[in-house]
Design a protein around this ligand. Structure first.
Ligand SMILES: NC(=O)c1ccc[n+]([C@@H]2O[C@H](COP(=O)([O-])OP(=O)(O)OC[C@H]3O[C@@H](n4cnc5c(N)ncnc54)[C@H](OP(=O)(O)O)[C@@H]3O)[C@@H](O)[C@H]2O)c1
Length: 288
């Protein structure tokens, strides 16, 4: 890592979430780490956030906090907006004032999911849900920091919380299924350890600031992921591949979420292909 000085003072928001906790465990020996989550600092309280960040004086701010309840955001749009968008604006202003680098995470849900190829960074966003709209606003606010990296993730998994669709597949597989998964909903899943590595690589190499997609180097359907997990468990017959359908009463989700991480790969170590990352995760679970 070239720019090790940036890792001397780090502020991590959302430090108990699946991504934030992975950064805390990776960076705890790197330098002075200030790690906060909702129980210590509510990011929607700008005055308190300014005090906390200024007093820790970070050179790097990692914003892993988010209002991630996609369905809940439809009923609580203001709450979602304040966490996903306004808080990014507060942190961007602080990063600018302190000369710090701001890393902020967005989502593939900024797209409408109608494209028949992986999304690139310059494809036009068209969010279909309140969550997606607040994430889009947040990435634009984060870009107000002169030194910023905004990384769009796709179906993040592999952290400590164990609450993702991948974890549900694994649990269903061990419980004897069935494992129902969309045959025609695509994704480039983001694996937590690969996101951590890519982020630190971008920062450490002093890569050009801007927007990067950070999903697996290839893409697949959800049924491929379920099938891979079931094959690893020796229970392939439990797979029920079903066509994509919007569940009534739930927020609209994009059907095609595949993203190209080629831009990221041209300047830093991009995530692995989805099978290699998933195998790594399954092997880690088996060892635990
Ligand atoms: N998970 C996915 O599939 C996915 C997909 C694409 C992009 N992303 C993005 O990736 C990033 C990391 O996601 P993740 O899965 O690690 O999220 P996560 O596990 O839900 O963690 C988010 C953390 O932020 C905290 N938080 C919520 N509101 C807050 C507030 N007002 N002030 C301070 N902290 C607050 C949460 O606390 P509580 O748990 O107490 O609410 C939680 O600890 C987020 O930007 C997310 O939008 C995630």
């Amino acid at each position: 890592m070239r720019d090790a000085a940036l890792l001397r003072r780090i502020f991590v928001a959302g430090s108990k979430g699946q991504l934030g906790a992975a950064f805390v465990s990776r960076l705890s020996r790197e330098g002075e780490l200030t790690a906060v989550d909702l129980d210590e600092l509510d990011l929607t309280e700008p005055a308190r956030v300014r005090d906390a960040v200024r007093s820790s004086g970070p050179s790097l701010i990692l914003n892993c906090a988010a209002f991630n309840d996609v369905d809940g955001a439809e009923a609580r749009p203001l709450e979602a907006y304040r966490v996903n968008a306004e808080a990014a604006w507060t942190l961007a202003g602080l990063a600018r004032d302190l000369g710090a680098v701001l890393v902020h995470y967005s989502s593939e849900f900024v797209f409408d999911g109608r494209l028949d190829r992986p999304y690139a960074e310059d494809d036009e966003p068209a969010p279909q849900s309140v969550y997606g709209a607040t994430k889009l606003a947040g990435e634009r606010f984060a870009a107000a920091a002169p030194k910023h990296y905004v990384l769009r993730l796709s179906s993040l998994y592999g952290g400590h919380t164990g609450r993702t669709t991948v974890d549900w597949f694994v649990r269903q597989a061990s419980a004897g299924g069935p494992v129902r998964a969309f045959a025609d909903r695509t994704v480039s899943p983001s694996y937590v350890p690969d996101v951590v590595r890519a982020t630190l690589d971008l920062v450490g190499r002093g890569a050009p600031f801007g927007l990067y997609h950070c999903g697996s180097s290839d893409w697949c359907a959800w049924a491929d992921i379920a099938g891979h997990i079931l094959a690893a468990c020796g229970r392939p017959e439990l797979l029920e591949a079903v066509p994509f359908a919007h569940a009534p009463g739930r927020a609209a989700r994009p059907q095609h979420c595949a993203m190209s991480s080629a831009k990221l790969g041209s300047v830093a170590r991009a995530p692995r292909d989805w099978r290699a990352a998933l195998d790594d995760y399954l092997a880690g679970r088996a060892r635990a």
